[in-house]
Each structure stands twice: as C-alpha cells, then as structure tokens.
Design a protein around this ligand. Sequence first.
Ligand code: HXC
Length: 279
Amino acid sequence: MFVSDLLAGKRYLITGGGSGLGKGMAARICQLGGRVAICGRREAVLQETADELNAEFGDRVAWHPLDIRDPQAVERVVDAVWAEQPLDGLINNAAGNFLARTETLSHRAMDAVVNIVLHGTAYMTLACGKKWIADERPGNVLSIVTTYAWTGSAYVVPSAMGKAAVLAMTRSLAVEWGPKGVRLNAIAPGPFPTQGAWERLVPTQKLADVWEKRNPLGRTGKHEELMNLVAYLLSEQSAYINGEVVTMDGGEWLAGAGQFNFASMLSDDDWDEISGKKS
Ligand code: HXC
C-alpha cells in the first residue's frame, strides 16, 4: 500500500520522538525515505534512539533536547532545526498524563499536564507555523489527541482538557492557515500499549484486563497500524484532508457511547425471548 519513497526528501519534527509511539513514527518515516528531527526531555533516550535509527536507515535522524513547556527553548530548537533543513511537517506527539482522582490534584499537578499537552503543543505549532508562513512553504501539522478530547474522561481530567484544546486548535488553524498552505489534522488513537503510557495509565492488572474485553475488536492496537495512518496523513496522498481527526481505536469509544450497547450482555436465549421465538 505504501511505496518505499512515499516521504522521500521530506523532513518532520516529532515531539516526544525518543520513545514509545513517537519513536515508532520516526522509524516509519525513515523507512519511507523521509528524515526526522526528534525532541524530548531526556537527552540519553534521544541519542540512543537516533543512533539506533541512523544505524538502520543511514543518517536520517537529528535530535534536540527540549522541554516543550519552555517557549524560549521551543523557539531556539525550531530555529536550529530549520537551519539544518526546513521542515515539511510537525508531529505533536509529546504528552503528559497520569491516572488520579481529580479532587486529589494540586495546581502543580494540573499545570504539569496542561503545560505539556496544551501550551507545549501550541508553542510548537506557532513556532513552525510562523516559519512556514514567512517562508511561503507548505506545512503539515499532525497532533496526537485521544477520543476523550470530545467525550471527556474521568480520572484523566487535565489530559482531557488539554487534548480538547489541541483538537480546537487543529480545527481553528485548519481554516485560518489552510489558505497559507499549512494544513492541520489529528489522530485519536485508542489503546496502543507503550511502556511510558501504560506505567502511568494502566498500572494494575485489573485495569489491563479490561482494555481488550471492552473493545469491539477484542484487542489493543498494533503499532504498525497507527504508523501507517501517520504516514498517510503526512504524505501528499492525503493533501485534501484538513481540520480532521481520525480515530483508530477498534470502535472503543463508540462502544462506551451507544445507549443500547449494554445489550451485548444478553444471551441467545434472552434474544429468543425478546423476539418471541421462545414461549
Ligand atoms: C497525582 C501527580 C502524579 C500522580 C505527578 N503528580 N504525578 N499527582 N497523581 N500520578 C503531581 C506531583 O505530585 C506534582 O505536584 C506535580 O504533579 C508535578 O510533578 P512532577 O513529577 O514534578 O512533574 P514533571 O516531572 O514535570 O512530570 C510531568 C508528568 C509526568 C506529566 C507528571 O507524568 C510526565 O513527565 N509524563 C510524560 C510522559 C507521559 O505522561 N506519557 C503518557 C502520555 S499518554 P506537587 O503539588 O506534589 O508539587 C497520553 C494518551 C492518553 O496522554 C490515551 C491513552 C489511551
């Protein structure tokens, strides 16, 4: 489905690109002929990932330590990345999250998440958008959100607030910056297990068991499935998609939403009784 030079000559910046899904995206872009710059807070992780991918794909990965909560640092890094080679796209992948009862949170806990998810994503998008518009170059922003950006979710409230804002930013700027050649889209992944997210969000076996059972497809997502969607949305094949959020969750959020979905607990006998086959 994907030609091997789909992203040849293109360069993308991935926040949180040193580990988890961000690392997977970097690898998929390299496989398809593109180049990446990865950034994140942990220098050693970035370096290790860059070394690994550069060994596998040739010299395609640059890395820059960055905490996206710091707007001056964001500008500095985006300047440095542009000086290496102007970008074709930005992937807002970095996030912060943990599972907690909201009434136990301090204002610092609220800030810790919202400053990454909302402010950091906004700083990155602004810094890149300004350059694309000033240079009159096309740009492509892909933000990783989640289905609770629109449903909301208990126990991850700062994250839900931040992700909802990122979705609003995506839809707003798609219209404002579309005429200037910059398009913005989002992906709402369901459960794609990674070490970082699962340590924080699925800390007990009791929670882990539920993921697969409640999903209409009976499983969590495979990373390659998500990476293929990322590749499509970055490529020119999707050039007319703008301001959209694509959900890839096996139908998980709809399973939690439909009013009569709970009827899946009924047995064949129950259905026979309801339909009048059983007297
Ligand atoms: C309550 C907590 C907490 C927890 C931290 N805090 N963890 N409060 N429950 N589990 C509070 C601290 O007590 C502190 O408040 C404040 O938050 C700041 O904590 P720090 O550890 O100093 O913050 P920091 O080092 O900046 O770390 C940020 C972080 C951390 C968000 C808290 O989890 C992080 O770095 N995460 C990055 C990676 C990540 O989260 N990945 C998962 C994303 S998954 P006080 O008042 O004590 O000072 C995702 C997808 C969702 O978003 C969809 C999945 C299906």
